[in-house]
Structure formats: C-alpha cells, structure tokens
Write a protein that binds this ligand. Structure first.
Ligand SMILES: [Zn+2]
Length: 253
C-alpha cells in the first residue's frame, strides 16, 4: 500500500514543500489550489491566506474555515477570468494528457489575476519505475506521469511569460539506461512503482507486479545492478523538481 505519511517524510518531499512555502507571495487574498489531492498543501495555504479554493477532479475534503472545496477539471476551470490573486498548481501538470496540457495552462493563466506558482518534476526520466499493466498490456510511466518538463517547455506552455522566482528543490534524480530498460520491458517491469495510488492510466485497473521465475529474476537483477552503477558513478545531482512563480500582470511586458 502507498504510505502517504512515509512519503511526506522523504527528504526530497520535505524540500519540495519547504520550497513552495518559501515562494508564496504575500498580499494575496483569493487563492486557488488547482489539484489539492489530500489537502496537505491546502491547509498550509489556509494558514497564510484568508480565502483558499481547493479544486480537484474528485471533490476535496478539506475542513478549514478559510477553505472552499470545488470539484472541477483543470482543463476547463469553473471560474471567471482573473478570479484569483494567486494560483498554486503543484504535482498536477505531469499527469495531464499531453493533448490537453496547453489547455490546462491557458486555463490557469485565464483565472489568474496576479501570481501563478507551478511545480513539476524536472527533466524526469519517465522510463524509471515504469510498469506493465497485467490487465491491458500497456506500459505505464511511474505514478501516472505522462509529461516531462524543462524550462523551455514551461516557457512555451505559459505564453513566454518571463520567469519570476525559480527554485529547484530535491537532488539526486534516479536514471536508467537503454539496456536495463529493454530487459525490464522484456520481463514486464518487475521494479515498477507498483505501490503507487494511481491505477493503470489506460484501463483504470490496479497495477500489479509480475511474477518471474529464477532465471528472469537473475537477469533483471543484472539490469538493476547496471542501473545502480550508472547512478553511483554518473552525475546524479540533478534536481527533482522545478518551481516557478510568475507575476501574470507582466505577461505582456
Ligand atoms: Zn491497464
């Protein structure tokens, strides 16, 4: 089972949350958290701002006098233009199907009156911890992440707006290589992130680890060893996340 408490204690996660808190601008009143999930960040926002709207595909359950919960889709936000002084959208855009990504970003810009804080994984190797669905046979990237981001893509997605503050929290991104990936693929991805909450992004059924015989297990262990050496010896200091705070009133400057 996915253990959210354990996840929150991870060093890169602690650094991610600290970075968000550090980057929050002062002076905002109406705040939207687009993609609030379990409300962990929502409650931190509610401690700082008087009116926080928590939005997610499933109606969020956040019990706080400053928080209003709304069920909605980021690709079609149920709000008027310029509704919020600040929009916080972290760990969301990597999950949006690529063909809807541009729409989602335009929606965030549309409802923003001033600040937009975006957080996504930085240059993520989507092959790492991939999984094969035993039900529909398709390959799933880890934790339903379907997009990988760098500065250029983020700039394009957000209309070329000049970056305000940028932070890169977390270090030591895990990478794989072609050979290890090919071996994992051959044997149904035994080291995928099967403990994740997200089901198969194609058929919606739970993802399950494949059962391998001794020979297959040994070959996969070799692939794992290769990956381990690659990550031990290679440059592994790259950041895990990128956070950007835009001032959207500067969008035309
Ligand atoms: Zn499936």
């Amino acid at each position: 089972m996915f253990d959210v408490k354990q996840y929150r204690r991870k060093e890169s996660e602690v650094q991610r949350v600290e970075s968000i808190m550090r980057m929050l601008p002062s002076g905002a009143v109406n705040v939207l958290e687009a993609g609030s999930r379990d409300g962990y960040i929502t409650l931190k926002l509610a401690a700082k701002y008087p009116a926080v709207t928590a939005l997610d595909l499933k109606l969020p359950q956040v019990d706080h006098p400053n928080v209003t919960c709304v069920k909605g889709d980021i690709t079609s936000l149920p709000f008027k233009d310029n509704s919020f002084d600040l929009i916080v959208c972290t760990e969301v855009l990597e999950h949006i199907p690529p063909e809807k990504l541009g729409k989602a970003c335009r929606e965030l810009m549309r409802v923003s009156r001033r600040y937009l804080l975006i957080g996504v994984p930085y240059k993520q190797d989507l092959r790492v911890h991939a999984m094969k669905c035993i039900h529909c046979g398709t390959i799933n990237p880890t934790t339903g992440h379907v997009n990988t981001f760098d500065e250029a893509l983020l700039k394009t997605l957000f209309n070329g707006m000049p970056f305000g503050t940028v932070e890169y929290p977390g270090t030591g991104v895990y990478k794989t290589n072609r050979l290890s990936y090919a071996i994992y693929k051959r044997y149904g991805f035994p080291y995928g992130s099967y403990l994740q909450e997200e089901p198969c992004i194609y058929c919606g059924l739970p993802l399950k680890k494949p059962h391998l015989n001794v020979v297959a297990r040994t070959i996969c262990l070799f692939a794992k060893g290769l990956e381990f050496l690659q990550n031990k010896t290679g440059p592994s200091k790259s950041p895990v996340w990128i956070h950007i705070l835009w001032d959207t009133t500067r969008r035309d400057s």
